[in-house]
Ligand binder design. Sequence first.
Ligand code: ADP
Length: 396
Amino acid sequence: MNILVINAGSSSLKYQLIEMDKSEVLAKGIVERIGLENTKITQNCEGKPTFELVRDMEDHSEAIADVIKALTSAEYGCISSMNEIDAVGHRVLHAGMHYSASTIITEDVKRVIRDCFDLGPLHNPANLIGIEACEKVIPGIKQVAVFDTAFGQSMDKKAYTYAIPYEYYEKYFIRRYGFHGISHMYVSNRTIQVANLDKDNAKVIVCHLGNGSSISASIGGKCVDTSMGLTPLEGLVMGTRSGDIDPAVVQFIANKENRTVDEVLDILNKKSGVLGISDISSDFRDLTNAAEEGNERARLALDMFIYRAKKYIGSYIAIMGGVDAIVFTAGIGENDKIMRKAIIDGFQFMNIEIDDVKNNIRGEEAIISTDASNTLVMVIPTNEELKIAQETQALM
Ligand code: ADP
């Protein structure tokens, strides 16, 4: 079975064609600048030269039609006709409280995605456009929506409710939803498989540390808490996002700097985090280099990132009453051994410890804790596309 995985953004569309028997990526590509001049497709198929096409594409339907041509091209493609695509799996950001699992796309599902535009204003409209473009270009094909918020739906009410007047939850569904859910779902399940943990009771903490970062706690693969909230702004210190702050800071900055609430939120989303503290970069490689050269604000930014991550891990161990595995994933989690070591350092009192030799890896599945460690510490590279394809296959 071949599944086309689509992650549609407002002006871009990432895709992978995955052969499910061997979980093999047949093709991987991206369309950039959709709706602008010089739209560009770049595609790589195993054993074929890189395909590149630059031409103006007005909308996502045109982009998908060109993607199908690229996939079926004799010179650059990997299938001979679009009949070899068995289903399409879409990444969809927000399903509000409507879906706690992936679902086959129907008119009702599209209505829910539309109803959640308010909750995911940057992503849901683009996701829906991607779905409708596929309906047009590949009519009759089965399509599945895999929601980033589905993983968080298993949280208990006391974990997801904000302590604000309850009417706001009832009227506007304001609550913790959590994001990076597809990654947390994939990594927590993969951890249970790789480490052969009890699939119903394993207590797993996943640290998804990338440009956006979040930590989740799950029992038996079901989320019990996660650090992002109504939006991805809550939780850890991130590349450009502040994570947790006192909400009164918003009013304070707005008054002092004569800014609107929207402007302050933009600062908290795009100009804060390690970028805002260091004034250097949101990229951890730049920050590590700067800190090594003695830049104090780069050091402070890294220390704050580590400190906040530790706080979340500690609190999740407390709410679960223990932890079987702490797992690192995404750009920083998979590649940065110094960050992994610094975050776990201090948990020796619970007999949780990293082995420096085992920790000396990048981007591969591994147990990096000492043999004596009570809790496994692991690296599991995330694979959201494969998870979307697996969810899609399961519904076929
Ligand atoms: P996102 O998907 O949220 O954009 P990624 O998961 O790709 O982000 O992570 C990107 C981040 O990972 C970069 O900003 C960088 O800080 C970090 N990163 C990537 N490679 C390395 C590395 N070798 N060492 C340290 N940090 C790295």
